[in-house]
Design a protein around this ligand. Structure first.
Ligand code: MLC
Ligand code: AMP
Length: 510
């Protein structure tokens, strides 16, 4: 179907084919596709409030990871709005930034989170609607939409200080979903355990939307908890799929190792009932891949993606998976590796990953310059990641910028964290870097020069930082120094800062 053909939202329209099937299981029980259609229509009526079409108004919403998330997301889409998912863990300044940057027209909160959004609603004048206030009556009609409509804005950190809103259209979202449906063999009988945050594409697209597209069941746990995941995996009735970031697998391994022998056996046997386990969002260490294989019997299928493009590369569902590699381009994704002159590199040589195809995002919200910079003249999206391929199989080598840190599967900007830390009254100068860490992939580390006569402990910095930044952005390593290493231009030399942390870690007593 062409992107301009008038069409209902494909993901939602598909639910009509199996209204009796279970779509979601959450703490309150099971919800059918029919119930999701009904509840989201009523919620759409509330959002429309008599209008015909929200006309791409931004609906920013904060709900638990349960049915209320899906109802709000679908209602926004069905009413013609753009869904802007907010993060439960974000403190007020981060929530406020997203609400203001996206120019949200309405805030929707589950009652559990009403107090988090109320001060923002009051100071910005953006109305706050509770999910319990959704209307009882369905709307007389819902707008007709085409695929070029903007569907979602996901905020992502990059080489600029503040996160940018990556805008995906309905056609783009459909392309992101369908390539995974094909590549990973999603089917109606699938049942996925969902433990990921719902403000990033891994949790939103790969797990939730793919499950709902397939007519499968998505079982949502409120947040990742190693014990809860193992309890479910040890009694895996119905479960067929699990997806997570490498840090979660590392945490599950640690928890398995702490269990007694009988529990270990139940947990390991349970895993064998699943058909597929997938890892992504950060490099999967080969040691984690191997340990998980011993524990679960599964060779984790590793894939590579990004907020702006969905998933681009994946190992095959069946067939050889080379450890440390992320496979080949997914259906519909064009991927190339280029050098600094934008010329494709030879087999085995490192190059920047560039991607083109219908799944690639449309723009950064309200940032035309950043959008233009993100693409080459001939329309390829520059990921900033470096890879090499050997006979078409890709291996990720790293990133072009030292200012992008991946920690626990979250991408964070060193520049954003530095800007916030500079506002701390004891800090004169600061450099933030990512240091390698077995569990987190990278840890956020800050090297600071203090203002005269001031002192600062890591504990004090963290408790202050958590008021300003998401917990995963707050430094978990601190080094107070007299001077930061700088080059002749006066610019901080971050590789030298990293060396200082490595030396300090090495000299710690075991
Ligand atoms: C949390 N903590 C950290 C941390 N995150 N410490 C160091 N580094 C980090 N990154 C600290 C908290 O401050 C707290 O400390 C303690 O750990 C427990 O916090 P928590 O919030 O309860 O942590 P936890 O739930 O255990 O979080 C770990 C996690 C989470 C792995 C479950 O990080 C997570 O859900 N990651 C997934 C991210 C994701 O979905 N990324 C996809 C992006 S999309 P204290 O001091 O308070 O006790 C993308 C594209 C693609 O990348 O390809 O998929
Ligand atoms: P985000 O911007 O949060 O969507 O994160 C996307 C980034 O995660 C990519 O640009 C990569 O740097 C990283 N990433 C995703 N998957 C992998 C992977 N399998 N191996 C290494 N890095 C990955």
């Amino acid at each position: 179907m062409s992107s301009t053909t008038r069409q209902p939202i494909p993901l939602v329209a598909r639910a009509d084919q199996h209204p009796q099937r279970t779509a979601i299981i959450d703490d309150a029980g099971a919800v059918t596709y029919g119930a999701l259609l009904d509840q989201s229509a009523r919620a759409a009526a509330t959002l429309l409030d008599g209008a015909d079409d929200l006309g791409e108004a931004r609906i920013a919403f904060l709900t638990p990871a349960d049915r209320s998330y899906v109802v709000t997301q679908w209602a926004t889409w069905r009413a013609g709005g753009i869904a802007v998912p907010l993060c439960q863990q974000h403190p007020e300044p981060e929530l406020r930034y997203v609400v203001e940057d996206a120019q949200a027209s309405v805030l929707v909160a589950h009652p559990q989170f009403a107090d988090r959004l109320r001060p923002i609603a009051e100071s910005t004048g953006v109305p706050l609607l509770l999910t319990t206030q959704f209307k009882q009556a369905p709307p007389p009609s819902l707008p007709a939409l085409d695929g070029s409509r903007r569907a979602m804005i996901v905020y992502t950190s990059g080489t600029t200080s503040r996160p940018k809103g990556a805008v995906t259209t309905h056609a783009g979202l459909t392309a992101q979903i369908t390539c995974l449906i094909d590549a990973w063999g999603w089917r109606e009988s699938d049942h996925v355990l969902h433990v990921l945050p719902l403000h990033h594409v891994h949790g939103i697209v790969n797990v939730l939307c793919c499950a709902l597209w397939a007519g499968a069941t998505c079982e949502m746990q409120p947040k990742f908890d190693a014990g809860a995941v193992w309890r479910r995996l040890a009694a895996p009735e119905g479960l067929t799929l699990f997806m997570a970031v490498p840090t979660i697998y590392a945490m599950l391994i640690r928890s398995w190792e702490a269990a007694d022998d009988a529990a270990k056996q139940r947990m390991s046997e349970g895993c064998r009932a699943l058909r597929l386990m997938i890892s992504g969002s950060a490099a999967l260490p080969v040691s984690t891949l191997e340990r998980w294989r011993t524990i679960s019997g599964h060779t984790l299928l590793e894939r590579y993606g990004m907020t702006e493009i969905g998933m681009a590369l994946s190992n095959p569902l069946d067939g050889e998976q080379r450890p440390g590699c992320v496979g080949t381009p997914l259906p519909g994704m064009n991927v190339r590796l280029v050098d600094e002159a934008n010329v494709e590199v030879a087999d085995g040589a490192p190059g920047e990953i560039q991607v083109r195809g219908p799944a690639v995002f449309r723009e950064y919200w309200n940032r035309s310059d950043a959008t233009a910079e993100a693409f080459t003249d001939d329309g390829w999206f520059r990921t900033g990641d470096v890879a090499a391929h050997e006979s078409g199989i890709y291996r990720i080598l790293g990133r072009e910028s030292v200012d992008i840190i991946k920690t626990g599967g979250y991408k964070v900007s060193a520049l954003e964290i530095e800007d916030v830390l500079r506002t701390h009254e004891a800090i004169d100068q600061v450099a933030v870097i990512g240091i390698d860490d077995e569990q987190w992939g990278q840890r956020v580390a800050a090297s600071v020069v203090l203002c005269e006569g001031r002192s600062l402990t890591l504990e004090a910095l963290r408790s202050w930082g958590k008021q300003q930044l998401a917990p995963y952005k707050v430094p978990s390593r601190l080094m107070v120094v007299d001077d930061l290493p700088r080059n002749a231009m006066g610019k901080v030399t971050k590789p030298r800062v990293a060396e200082m942390f490595v030396r300090a870690e090495a000299s710690k007593p075991p």
